[in-house]
Design a protein around this ligand. Structure first.
Ligand SMILES: [Zn+2]
Length: 81
């Protein structure tokens, strides 16, 4: 069985619930609001692929999510000398 996380939002046309799934990240079957999405999930869902298109069950409008995921600086943490 595949694992995934879900990002939820509402259809702006009819108000129906849209749940877009991604296998990026930890895949703990967690659900996130569109305004608080982990960067790895946002980056995966922003890819222009067929997999990232969700059709509203209420009005059949098709959507995908998009975020301009910035490149970030990382810090090296010493674990053991
Ligand atoms: Zn709709």
């Amino acid at each position: 069985m595949g694992c995934y996380d879900t990002v939820n939002t509402h259809c702006p046309v009819c108000g129906g619930i849209l749940g877009l799934q991604t296998k990026a990240g930890k895949c703990n079957f967690e659900e996130f609001d569109i305004y608080s999405v982990p960067a790895a999930l946002a980056e995966d869902l922003s890819e222009e692929t067929e997999h990232n298109i969700e059709k509203c069950k209420g009005c059949e409008t098709e959507y995908r999510l998009f975020a301009n995921v910035a490149r970030v600086a990382m810090t090296l943490l010493k674990i053991k000398e």
